[in-house]
Design a protein around this ligand. Sequence first.
Ligand code: PMP
Length: 338
Amino acid sequence: MTVYRDLSAIVGRTPLLRLRHASESTGCEVLAKAEFLSPGGSIKDRTALGLLLDAEQRGLIRTGGTIVEGTAGNTGIGLGLLGASRGYRTIIFMPETQSREKIDALRLTGADVRLVPAVPYKDLNHYAHQARAYAATLNNDDAGSAWFANQFDNTANRDFHEATTGVEIWEQTDGRVDGFVCSAGTGGTLAGVGRALKARRPDMRIALADPAGSALASYVNNGELVATGQSISEGIGSSRITANFEGAPIDLAWSIPDDESVPLLHRLLHEEGWCVGGSSGVNLAGAMRLARELGPGHTVVTVLADAGTRYQAKLFNPAFLREKNIPVPEWLARAFPA
Ligand code: PMP
């Protein structure tokens, strides 16, 4: 009998998928980890589990204690579900601009959700600062009662991806992988997988697919944090170098516009049946760019980070897409007539 005793046992070990259009049009094998199949619906379940296991091991969170975190949503959903299954309370600070579907999913986990204005990181009202300050207040009243997970600068995030996502990619491809590419929010996925793969094969190509409006591609290419444009993607891009991103072994970086990434994710759903979110579209665009850079015959891996249903009202809404000047495929316009 094979039985999993709780939620944490089925985080990770996601299937590796072949993306047909991306592979056929580049002459490469373009593969992706199906992270949207995780119990909380995203790759950030790994981050949540990695941070929580590290905190438990170090005695930073006590039985019945409170998890406090700032998140664009997915890490909060992972923490909320893991918290429920392990007997912790969860309090989440989140920018109010995030999708309704993610906010609802987070509330369903039982987390106490505090929506705050979306302001730059340098503003003390930024969601990450508010979460840190709130945990400190709880600990002032009752020492050791709260733990601030700190996904951006707690490198237990990157380390868990190095030990799980990166190793899984190596094993699932039997070591026949030439490059890995993804976008970065905290940078935990890219840095962790990059480290795992480079350690096994130093000439591995690691690439950043950065959404428009993020400063990270410019940082990798020119050493300067400069952002241009904007993107409807959520949970990715950054105006600063986090501790998780710092020192990541990145060889190439591109800024990817929405009118490149969103049509690719529409096509992925319509022709291959995978319904994924905006960051996965950016990852897919990046995987095709990396495949073209390497040339036919290579194998490129990326991640499908969460499900498209988490952004239904934006990514699959013809009126919203038209407002943003993103092409609306005919089948989508027919499925959702005005
Ligand atoms: N995709 C989605 C959907 C996310 O929620 C996040 C994290 N906020 C990322 C990608 C970025 O992953 P990481 O934090 O590991 O850079």
